[in-house]
Design a protein around this ligand. Structure first.
Ligand code: ADP
Length: 662
């Protein structure tokens, strides 16, 4: 049994026997297919110069046909058994040798590499220097040739006379010159050389296979590592580390960016020992020819030599980024580089860069580029996966918060509604069952029932208001008006509500002349101011003070502050006071009244007009300051606007005060 490479070596050694001898032999070579013959045709041209009795057989694929130019070519039918066979018959005066083989049907290997597949072919048959066997083989082959090319009858008959007429055995030959039979060394030498060459080819194929396997392993290990993590930083660090080490470059970096970013910061890096780090460096992306090309083509950009590449030596200077690249090349010795954009469904997620820092530039191989591309794709998928996970976590948190709010709401509603309801019920039952009750006591009962009914009404009212604000169900009535007048209105509103009770003093520190008009929904503005003032009153002792001030920030924003000298807010609660149902004492142990929805309503309203609201406090019992902002957009005449609004609000406020008293 022979492997294909051994048969090739043997055939070449036999052909060389002819080429290196002075004999004029009969040569019959049968190739299975035209393509196998084509690789050897140049040798047969040379052999034909030695003898005119040369016959080559093959199954045609493109051009091969019956012919008699240099030697006789015989095109046999594709279904002829010869397509499965490999023959070489050589008969000279000094030697006779033949190779008669049939290819074994070996199932095609699963390996996809061509070189290995070819060496896998196997043949069964004989190779001999036995003259009698060789003559028999020649006889059979000539018979076959005659069937396909009957016109060669006389030439074939001549061959029979010359080479096959008197079969003699090897011992009877009298070799006048050296032949493989007397001195096998040259033949063996040639055979060894061909086998060595075959071996070398195999070695090369194995090497390239090993390199491919190594790269596949690298790709798999990077994909595996990055896909296993849901932490973006970890994914990027694993990717640069493995890629840098695996491809064997001096530096590998990744920066996150989007297509229109002007700059990016190098946040992950692998640097080989002794290589200067670029981590934390700002990378210019705008007018960067490499980045722009990578984005436009959506593919990896390679620079073999940064010192001579026109994109860096010419184009970058024209675009104004020449200096940036010059500094990079000089400071960080980047002599060759690869820039690989990480895309996910056409969305740029970042860029991987590989740097080669030795003065001798390298030529990036397509294989390396393909590998880095494949890894970048994997990193892209992993990043999106991590992003999706983070979004999911966010969503979960929001859901949990919603759930907490829901439970809170149930608790609040349960408590806030049940408690006053029971009180109202007890009071009314007592009044009904005891008609003789003393008039002072029945008055107290009635007042308590009415007070609790009012508390319930406020809670329901605030809750509905907040729902409308959050659900976008509020119709905003934007008008041009004077802020000072709204403040005055809010103050008188609060004072009216606390009529007859001792309350802290409220100072309006605004000076109307200095303030521009604002375009805003006046009713809601008064509502926000009143709620902040109500809170300030609620949490400040009667002998304390409250002040309202306004300042303009750069002429584009008005900042309103409501400060008090009351109980203050703990630093940790400055943000949470704006949450729904936040109350320092806890929802169910409230002493100061209120619904816990006031500041949440304020935040929604301020957010709607494009402003911000926040709280400050120097600490417990040292007062609080609430700030909110209003963007300035008004252009209308000041006196006109304020007059109409003031009249309207005053009328409205009188109505509301009257209602309050009743
Ligand atoms: P409430 O109806 O309970 O006042 P808010 O949303 O208006 O609801 O306020 C939430 C919580 O914020 C209050 O219960 C209180 O603990 C705190 N708070 C609000 N304003 C002040 C302030 N001026 N001084 C101290 N604490 C305040």
């Amino acid at each position: 049994m022979y492997f294909k490479s051994s048969l090739t070596a043997l055939s070449h050694a036999m052909e060389d026997l002819v080429l290196n001898d002075s004999d004029t032999p009969l040569v019959i070579a049968s190739f299975q297919r035209e393509r196998f013959y084509r690789q050897e045709s140049h040798r047969y041209k040379r052999i034909a110069r030695k003898s005119d009795q040369v016959y080559v057989l093959a199954a045609p694929e493109t051009e091969f046909s019956n012919d008699s130019i240099d030697y006789e070519t015989i095109a046999f039918e594709p279904d002829d058994a010869l397509t499965q066979e490999w023959h070489l018959v050589i008969i000279g005066q000094h030697y006779a040798s033949c190779l008669i083989c049939r290819e074994r049907n070996v199932p095609p290997p699963e390996n996809k590499y061509g070189a290995v597949m070819d060496t896998n072919r196997r043949f069964e048959g004989i190779w001999t220097f036995d003259r009698a066997v060789t003559l028999k083989a020649a006889q059979i082959m000539l018979d076959r040739i005659l069937i396909y090319r009957p016109e060669l009858a006389s030439k074939i008959s001549q061959a029979r006379n010359l080479y096959l007429a008197s079969p003699q055995d090897n011992s009877k030959i009298d070799p006048p010159i050296e032949s493989p039979l007397t001195n096998p060394d040259p033949f063996v030498q040639r055979l060894v050389t061909y086998l060595q060459a075959g071996q070398y080819k195999l070695l090369k194929a194995n090497k390239s296979l090993a390199a491919k396997q190594q790269k596949e392993q690298l790709l798999n290990s990077v994909s595996d590592a990055v896909r296993r993590s849901l932490n973006t930083k970890q994914i990027l660090q694993v990717a640069v580390q493995k890629l840098g080490e695996g491809v064997g470059v001096c530096r590998c970096i990744i920066y996150r960016c989007q297509e229109n970013d002007a700059f990016a910061t190098v946040d992950r890096e692998f640097a080989a020992p002794g290589i200067k780090s670029v981590r934390g460096q700002k990378w210019q992306l705008v007018n960067n020819p490499l980045f722009e090309e990578a984005i436009a083509k959506k593919e990896t950009i390679s620079v073999d030599n940064t010192l001579s590449d026109e994109r860096l030596t010419k184009l970058a200077w024209e675009k104004g980024t020449g200096e940036f690249f010059q500094n990079l090349i000089q400071n960080y010795s980047i002599y060759s580089c690869l820039l690989v954009p990480i895309f996910y469904h056409s969305r740029l997620l970042g860029v991987v860069e590989l740097h080669h820092c030795e003065t001798e530039p390298i030529a990036w191989k397509p294989d390396d580029i393909a590998l880095v591309d494949a890894i970048a794709t994997q990193v892209g998928v992993a990043l999106i996966q991590a992003q999706a996970y983070a979004d999911l976590e966010d969503l979960n948190e929001q859901l949990e918060a919603l759930d907490r709010t829901r439970s809170n709401l149930v608790a609040i509603v349960g408590h806030e509604l049940r408690t006053p309801l029971s009180t109202i019920q007890v009071c009314l039952e007592s009044l009904a069952s005891e008609p003789d009750m003393a008039s002072e006591l029945s008055q107290v009962m009635l007042d308590t029932a009415l007070g609790d009914a009012e508390r319930m009404r406020n809670l329901v009212q605030d809750f509905l208001t907040l729902s409308r604000l959050e659900g976008g169900g509020v119709e905003w009535n934007i008008e041009t008006l004077s802020l000072t007048e709204c403040i005055d209105l809010a103050i008188s509103n609060v004072k009216a509500r606390n009529h007859g009770e001792s309350m802290p003093q409220i100072h309006n520190l605004t000076t109307p002349e200095d303030l521009p008009l604002v375009q805003i929904d006046g009713e809601w503005l008064v509502e926000v101011l009143a709620k902040l003032l109500d809170n300030a009153c609620k949490f400040t002792q009667a002998d304390g003070e409250i002040a309202i001030a306004v300042k303009t920030n750069g002429g584009k924003i008005l900042e309103v502050t409501v400060s008090d000298t009351g109980r203050g807010i703990e630093t940790g609660s400055l943000e949470t006071v704006f949450d729904r149902f936040y109350q320092e004492e806890g929802a169910l142990r409230r002493s100061a009244g209120g619904t816990g929805l006031g500041l949440a309503i304020c935040r929604q309203v301020v957010k709607n007009w494009g402003g911000e609201i926040w709280a400050e406090s120097p600490g417990k019992d040292r007062g609080s300051i609430f700030h909110f902002t209003i963007p300035i957009k008004a252009t209308k005449n000041k006196s006109q606007a304020s007059t109409s609004r003031a009249a309207k609000y005053t009328a409205k406020q009188k109505k509301s005060n009257k209602k309050q008293k009743n």
